[in-house]
Design a protein around this ligand. Structure first.
Ligand SMILES: Cc1cc2nc3c(=O)[nH]c(=O)nc-3n(C[C@H](O)[C@H](O)[C@H](O)COP(=O)(O)OP(=O)(O)OC[C@H]3O[C@@H](n4cnc5c(N)ncnc54)[C@H](O)[C@@H]3O)c2cc1C
Length: 414
């Protein structure tokens, strides 16, 4: 099977690259072994939120202070700024409404009630530009009865610390009560599915409207839609107060929705998405990758002019830790991993974890290397890359989206 470009990994990075390339007329395939980190999505894309423990207000200006190996440092601040604008247009063209700007981080609220700096937040989700502008008025945090993946008291504590007048209550309808017979059923994706049926959302909205009388703002768990955002729109139209959604513990309903929308967009553009197959190895001639093999297709090679590897970090098995070494398991690409095993992590889970910055080494054009030699038709993108500690610096989605766009643009230029 032959394609213009084959992308290994169908998470945020792989799909963004695939959509960009197919929309410019390329024949592309994405091969993905499983689901992605989007199923854990907070509702916000981070670009660069923190320098150590210090908050970053302007991510573009902060790029100058990054290590030279960081993906943003390799791209350069002006390219990051241009790609960040391209990313906003990219999602807008798919009908995904996001608020925020690369030159001025805003705050999102985490499921544990912490205000965190971020770049773009899904429309209708909690966001505020500054602590001074946090004007919610009298606020009700409303959970669904028995839903354990949303913690109103954590949120309330967090908001009360900022001076918000917060109250907590819960609401339900019969269909949702039935999910409670098993705690494993009472999850965000299942709640969203139940609300899609018949007039469940209409009745739940009526109950929410009753409870929220006399409040200026109602905060709800983000469980309104894994197929589309129609239920969110309905809620906002019907309720008389401000409505703010806050992401839940996983699975993330808006993350699943985003993953499905990206996949659908790629397929509508003619892309081939192969889910459940794993790329096992590749065949190189000189510094070019000629073809790859997968677990399901065994001896049948997949050939392409260009390849993109977007297999994620340890979480998605894009990187693997062995007793004394870290490797990229498909091609054995060069990775940065310093020190002995004991130095890969800090015993204190809240400290910076060195292993989070391990990743694949690339040159400035995102070509990875094998024994120091760049592979000229292979690009490495996303959370697989070295030096970005997505958790500590809040840079995850930004690195994935911008490096994916950059690799796609490089391929199109060739
Ligand atoms: C739990 C979690 C939550 C996060 N939440 C956020 C957030 O809310 N906001 C934010 O900005 N950042 C977040 N991040 C950072 C995150 O890394 C990025 O946002 C981004 O989604 C990562 O996308 P990716 O495509 O690089 O990797 P992934 O999403 O990990 O996707 C990699 C894909 O490659 C596939 N794959 C792996 N090996 C193979 C193989 N051999 N063959 C074929 N396919 C393969 C996997 O199955 C997977 O589908 C989070 C990270 C994690 C781990």
């Amino acid at each position: 099977m032959r394609f213009d470009t084959i992308i290994i990994g169908g998470g945020l990075a792989g799909l963004v690259a695939g959509i960009k390339l197919t929309s410019e007329g390329q024949k592309c395939a994405i091969i993905s072994s499983g689901q992605s980190a989007l199923h854990f999505f907070s509702g916000s894309f981070d670009l660069l939120g923190y320098n150590g423990t210090n908050e970053i207000d302007n991510p573009i200006e902060a790029i100058a202070g990054l290590d030279a190996k960081h993906p943003y440092a390799k791209l350069g601040a002006s390219t990051v700024a241009a790609l960040a604008n391209e990313a906003k247009d990219f999602f807008a063209s798919m009908g995904v409404r996001l608020n925020g700007d690369a030159s001025a981080n805003h705050y999102r609220i985490s499921p544990t009630g912490e205000l965190r700096k971020t770049w773009l937040t899904l429309d209708k989700h909690f966001a505020c530009d500054s602590l001074e502008s946090l004007s919610l008025g009298k606020t009700l945090i409303l959970n669904i009865d028995g839903f354990l993946d949303f913690h109103p008291h954590f949120l309330s504590d967090g908001l009360k610390r900022q001076g918000v007048d917060c109250h907590v209550a819960s609401v339900t309808i019969d269909e949702l009560q039935r999910l409670r017979t098993s705690p494993t059923e009472m999850r965000s994706a299942n709640i969203a599915k139940v609300l899609h049926k018949d007039d469940a959302i209409v009745r739940l909205t009526e109950k929410i409207a009753e409870k929220s009388q006399g409040f200026d703002t109602v905060i709800l768990p983000s469980v309104f839609g894994i197929y589309d955002s129609l239920m969110e729109n309905y809620l906002v139209e019907r309720l008389k107060c401000n409505v703010k959604l806050v992401s839940t513990f996983p699975p993330s309903a808006p993350g699943i929705r985003l993953q499905m929308a990206l996949k659908q967009r790629f397929q509508n553009l003619g892309g081939v998405y192969m889910l459940g197959d794993m790329v096992t190895n590749g065949h190189f001639e000189g510094n070019r990758l000629m073809d790859i093999h997968t677990a399901n297709h065994k001896d049948i090679p997949f050939e392409a002019d260009n390849f993109i590897i977007a297999t994620g970090s340890f979480f998605s098995h894009g990187l693997q830790a062995h007793l004394n070494s870290i490797c990229e398991p498909i091609f054995n690409l060069d990775v940065t991993a310093s020190g002995e095993r004991q130095q890969w992590f800090d015993q204190n889970v809240f400290e910076t974890q060195p292993y989070m910055s391990f990743g694949v080494v690339t040159d400035s054009n995102l070509h990875p290397q094998i024994e120091g030699q760049s592979v000229e038709n292979l690009y490495a993108v996303g959370s697989l890359l070295e030096s970005a500690n997505c958790l500590k610096e809040a840079s995850g989605a930004g690195v994935s989206i911008l490096t994916a766009l950059k690799a796609a643009n490089n391929i199109l230029k060739r």
